[in-house]
Design a protein around this ligand. Structure first.
Ligand code: ATP
Ligand code: MG
Ligand code: ZN
Length: 450
């Protein structure tokens, strides 16, 4: 009898070896190797490219202008770069229970009501369970077909027979190929199944969504290989105890990855949030120190965000610095600038900074607000409730201009802000009816606010 050959596969990056290793030489992770069976007729069977053995001059390749169709949600369309592209494969990752199936069922419903055929395949729920959800969401009028199946070969037969325009696979970790001996969810399986879906998608000119669960570490379970294989990777995020959900593109072959979509989870399903500033400023404390508002750009859209800071005396002599929603190094730099350039003795204080609403602030334009939130808490003096602060802070304490200043100010004005503190170099501002205060260094800001 032939001996079954096994190999060890890194569950993070897909690196393969013949022997077990403690640390992956490819991605550097520890304890990621799992023994998997070699596939029966060679793992490479299904790893051929998209079109085989044909070389063409680039200007002779016909590019049917990439057609897009809407998901029915302006928020999701924007994150995708303007809708779903035909023959693209999109991965939607997210924590358990965050609402992935809900989101895709709503997309399936909209698409199927617009003369396109949708096949929703669930490896996790029975048709009946999906129907219960569909009834709760009030969807299911269109050309929407549901199949509870986990075998990719059978799924493939249905796809060939039914010829859907949109295929949804929920989730990739539950679907398996009988060609591969390893358990569903293992790297070999996920890779094989994804490769098959990819080929079906490209050959049939349909679009496909696959759902992927996320591990505790925040990666799509097991394989980072998966992210390389697909065209677009979306993450659906949110706090369990908040009803707000954020959809973010982390990879997009057909659009920018800067855009976010904001939804609220209600009993009737996910509802788009059209005015995120209102959401993020809800419940903001009046006349408290340590809270400041800035206008950040999330992709092409300005969003007002509250930043809170708490500075307390640290008896241990070892200052604690805890940041949520902003980069720790950036915050340390801003605290150092406050210490050195504004003369605030916060070196031995604990500093906590929090961006409300669970957002991540990545742009330096929020520096000035972060810095003022910290200073306000330290001095125990509130910043005026109707003032917004926008600017980058440099190492010498200078305040630098930021991009899209008019968009940001317009949003602030719309939300009822009356005063803006911005950099002197942001000097060409039209059509804004707020009081604009130009500053060029941090000392000036301290004199102005405190
Ligand atoms: N009756 C209800 N009213 C309001 N919200 C509900 C109701 N039922 C479910 N939900 C919301 O839907 C969420 C589950 O949605 P969904 O099943 O789409 O998530 P998922 O990401 O697909 O989960 P899984 O990882 O289990 O597949 C719940 O966490 C809850 O927030
Ligand atoms: Mg689900
Ligand atoms: Zn690895």
């Amino acid at each position: 009898m032939a001996k079954i050959k096994t190999k060890f596969v890194c569950q993070e990056c897909g690196y393969e070896t013949a022997k077990w290793l403690g640390k992956c030489p490819s991605c550097g992770q520890w304890n990621t190797f799992v023994e998997e069976m070699e596939s029966r007729d060679g793992d490479t069977k299904n790893q051929r490219g998209i079109s085989r053995g044909k070389i063409e001059k680039i200007q002779h390749i016909t590019s049917s202008k990439k057609e897009r169709f809407s998901t029915g949600s302006a928020e999701m369309d924007r994150v995708l770069g303007g809708g779903i592209i035909k023959s693209s494969l999109i991965l939607v990752g997210g924590d358990p229970g965050i609402g992935k199936s809900t989101l895709l069922l709503q997309v399936a419903d909209y698409v199927s009501r617009n003369n396109l055929k949708v096949l929703y395949i669930s490896g996790e729920e029975s048709g009946e369970q999906i129907k219960i959800r569909a009834d709760r969401l009030g969807v299911g009028e269109g050309e929407l077909y549901v199949l509870a199946e986990t075998n990719i070969d059978i799924i493939k037969e249905f796809v060939e027979k039914e010829e859907p325009d949109l295929l949804i696979l929920d989730s990739i970790q539950t679907i398996y190929s009988p060609e591969v001996v390893s358990a569903p969810g293992s790297v070999s399986q996920v890779r094989e199944v994804t490769a098959m879906v990819m080929r079906m998608t490209k050959v049939r000119n349909m679009a496909s969504f696959i759902v992927g669960h996320v591990t505790k570490a925040g990666a799509i379970a097991g394989p980072r290989v998966l992210e390389h294989m697909v065209d677009t990777v979306l993450y659906f995020e949110g706090e369990r105890h908040f009803s707000y959900r954020i959809l973010r593109a982390v990879k997009n072959r057909f659009g920018s990855t800067n855009e976010i979509g904001i939804f609220e989870m209600r009993e009737q399903g996910l509802v788009e949030v059209e005015n995120p500033s209102e959401v993020f400023l809800k419940g903001r404390p009046v006349d408290s120190y340590g809270t400041v508002v800035t206008a950040a750009m999330e992709g092409t859209r300005p969003v007002l965000i509250e930043i809170q800071a708490l500075v307390t005396y640290s008896p241990a002599g070892f200052a604690n610095r805890v940041m949520t929603g902003i980069d720790k190094n950036r915050a340390s730099m801003l605290i150092a600038v406050l210490e050195k350039k504004a003369g605030l003795g916060i070196q031995s204080s604990d500093v906590f900074i929090n961006v409300t609403g669970g957002l991540q602030l990545r742009e330096p334009a929020s520096d000035l607000a972060i810095l003022c939130a910290v200073a306000s808490s330290f001095k125990e003096i509130p910043v005026d409730f109707k003032t917004v602060l926008i600017g980058e802070v440099g190492l010498t304490g200078e305040i630098r201009g930021v991009n899209s200043i008019e968009k940001r100010l317009t949003e602030a004005q719309k939300m009822g802000f009356e005063r803006a503190v911005i950099a002197e170099s942001n000097d060409t501002i039209k059509d804004i009816n707020m009081e604009i205060i130009h500053v060029n260094n941090i000392r000036q800001v301290m004199d102005l606010l405190f």
